[in-house]
Design a binder for this molecule. Structure first.
Ligand code: SAM
Length: 295
């Protein structure tokens, strides 16, 4: 007879497309726990059937996390083992679960992570992006103005070298083209992006391109816009050895040739990439220096 699982909340990663990706440990734990707290019980029931688990299901979604946490705590205090799963991937990664984990930990009860599928990490692993650091942003805002503001903020930080890392985003298929256009506007056309679509599924596609070409590639075939996406923007260092030096070099040439500031900034953006506001600030500084030298 199998020994009883130790009472704990087992935070369990589940497949993001291919059922074969469930880990041996996740399978065992899901079969042995008393309860499975699931983001959507209708979604998780077939997975449990598939692996032969007869654990009871308990709803734990973003609208009932506090109440679900209290129910889970009560089960744990009665000596039961509870698994926490989301619809796909790792719970609490752009998914509900973090509040439940926080409450269970605050109650002094054990939380055990079961590592496994995670779309962002799978995309990064197959992206070929060599940046030593990366930031997982999750979903960008859906509304156009908020999206542009969030990207402008990130681009400005990256330009200041405050954020010298690759950036990882989740995106929905109906927003993919608009988001890539907005990214080009914020980061410039030379920054490289990797579009990782339908990972571990039939139409898995991993496409790398400069931002200037990415939207055109997506628009060339509507099939390319379907499914689930992870977007990875490469770190600025990968585009040029030192983007600030490169933009300064280009700006110097254009300003000394007498081009108006606005035009010099626009052309520099085309040539060296970069954030419009940061380039403006850089151009103003250079122009002041040049004026002082001339005058
Ligand atoms: N917790 C999940 C994880 O660990 O991967 C992420 C959940 S989040 C609600 C769903 C988003 O993850 C999708 O909109 C998409 O951006 C990304 N995603 C999930 N499955 C994917 C897949 N098979 N291929 C590409 N992206 C995926």
């Amino acid at each position: 007879m199998e020994t009883k699982l130790e009472p704990a909340l087992y935070v369990t990663a589940t497949p993001i497309g291919n059922l074969g990706d469930i880990t041996a440990r996740a399978r065992e734990v899901l079969c042995r726990v008393d309860q499975v707290a699931a983001e959507d019980t209708r979604h998780t029931a077939p997975l449990l059937r598939h692996i032969g688990s007869r654990a009871r299901l308990l709803a734990a979604h973003e609208h009932n996390e506090e109440e679900a946490a209290q129910r889970i705590i009560a089960h744990l205090q009665q000596g039961e083992a509870v698994a926490l799963v989301s619809d796909a991937g790792t719970p609490a990664v752009s998914d509900p679960g973090a509040r439940i984990v926080a409450r269970v930990r605050a109650a002094g009860l054990r939380v055990v992570p079961l590592p496994g599928p995670c779309a962002a990490i799978a995309a990064l692993s197959a992206s070929g992006i060599c940046a030593p650091h990366w930031l997982f942003y999750g979903f960008l805002p859906a509304r156009e103005k908020a999206l542009e503001a969030a990207l402008a903020e990130l681009a400005a930080l990256a330009e200041l070298r405050a954020l010298p890392c690759a950036l990882i985003f989740h995106e929905a298929p109906h927003r993919i083209v608009a988001t890539v256009h907005a990214m080009e506007k914020a980061f410039g056309g030379t920054r490289r992006i990797v579009l990782a679509r339908e990972i571990s599924k039939l139409f898995e596609t991993i496409h790398a391109a400069p931002l200037a070409e990415a939207a055109t590639w997506l628009e060339a075939d509507p099939q390319r816009q379907k499914g689930e996406f992870v977007l990875i923007l490469d770190a600025p260092e990968a585009s040029t050895e030192n983007p600030l030096e490169e933009s300064e070099r280009v700006l110097r040439i254009l300003l000394s040739a007498g081009l108006p500031l606005k035009q010099a900034v626009a052309l520099t953006r085309e040539i060296a990439g970069g954030n419009k506001n940061a380039l403006y600030a850089q151009a103003l500084e250079l122009k002041e220096k040049q004026d002082m030298q001339d005058g």
